[in-house]
Design a protein around this ligand. Structure first.
Ligand code: SER
Length: 313
């Protein structure tokens, strides 16, 4: 069966790389990039593009009727830091955007839906080290509890209506092809650009703030991996923990100094993003993803830093 795929939120940090990988796998014309804004030249020219607003049901319906997708990836969302500045907007977009897509998926018999969750679903009372799949979850950011509620909705649509919806709890994602926006883990991308340009970086998290992180190419591999897996192997229909590495700003800076010996880092960690980071896990237990559908990351910290430096250069 030929897949026809719609990606909603195709211009973002994940969407940019996901669309290009999906087009390699499924063919450019079978992957429709959609976003609220005009895409860059490459995305626009490698396959179809539509303007989409996930909160506008008429717009969504017309895109679905025109392209008749077999799969939808919903990536449009406000992330953790910007969500705290616009709490109601974040809730509206993250929640009603998901519900609109789930309802259309049922109505148009879309075979599979992908929706990302995040380590932000955990909160201050979740275990910090090797945070398990199932534990206390008391997220205190709008982003975090919109993702947790979204996970509940995904599982509900699977159990109640048989919708094949699949999801991953991404850690901080680090890649050189696209820029992050509005997140708490964004420092781990910015640091490379500043290190190469100015040999110095002012970090908005403290030197010892340890967070789970992943190279973007591993995140894309995990995403396509769970979407390609036999339905019977996807046993968790809320969202899977996935992990690759954990590090602090200081240990990242140390690794960068292997390439840029005079790189310096300073810390201005009294802002709102520090509080968000402090409420999140330091590391993640992803044994269910490994066991159920064979998840395995490729990049560790040294591999990630080498890849980022070589490519941004
Ligand atoms: N990277 C995201 C953020 O920092 C977490 O999902 O908001």
């Amino acid at each position: 069966m030929t897949e026809k795929i719609i990606v909603i939120g195709s211009n973002g940090q994940i969407g940019t790389e996901l669309v290009s990988e999906l087009r390699t796998v499924y063919g450019g014309s079978n992957v429709v990039a959609t976003d609220i804004k005009e895409p860059d030249y490459d995305t626009k020219n490698a396959g179809p593009f539509e303007f989409s607003n996930v909160l506008d049901k008429d717009n969504l319906r017309s895109i679905i009727e025109k392209h008749k997708p077999t799969q939808v990836y919903l990536l449009a969302a406000l992330l953790s830091a910007v969500g705290e500045q616009k709490p109601k907007t974040a809730w509206d977009l993250n929640m009603n955007g998901l519900l609109n897509v789930l309802d259309f998926a049922l109505e148009y018999k879309i075979r599979k839906v992908y929706w990302p969750s995040s380590i932000a679903v955990f909160g201050p009372n979740s275990p910090k080290e090797q945070t398990p799949q199932y534990c206390t979850m008391d997220p205190n950011t709008v982003y975090g509890f919109s993702k947790l509620a979204g996970e509940r909705w995904c599982e509900y649509y699977f159990l109640k209506y048989g919708l094949d919806v699949r999801s991953l709890r991404y850690p901080g994602l680090i890649g050189w092809k696209s820029a992050p926006g509005g997140g708490t883990t964004d420092y781990a991308v910015h640091i490379f650009h500043e290190a190469l340009k100015n040999k110095t970086y002012e970090c908005f998290l403290s030197e010892n703030t340890e967070l789970p992180m992943m190279h973007m190419s591993d995140a894309i591999k995990a995403t396509i991996g769970i979407m390609d897996a036999e339905a019977s192997r996807v046993k968790i229909r809320s969202s899977y923990n996935v992990a690759a590495m954990s590090f602090t700003p200081e240990s990242l800076a140390e690794e960068i100094r292997k390439y840029i010996p005079d790189f310096t880092i300073t810390y201005k960690d009294n802002g709102p993003r520090q509080a968000i980071a402090d409420s999140w896990p330091k590391s993640i237990d992803d044994s269910y993803a490994r066991k159920d559908w064979g998840w395995q990351p490729e990049y560790d910290l040294p591999g990630l830093v080498k890849n980022m430096i070589e490519n941004i250069k």
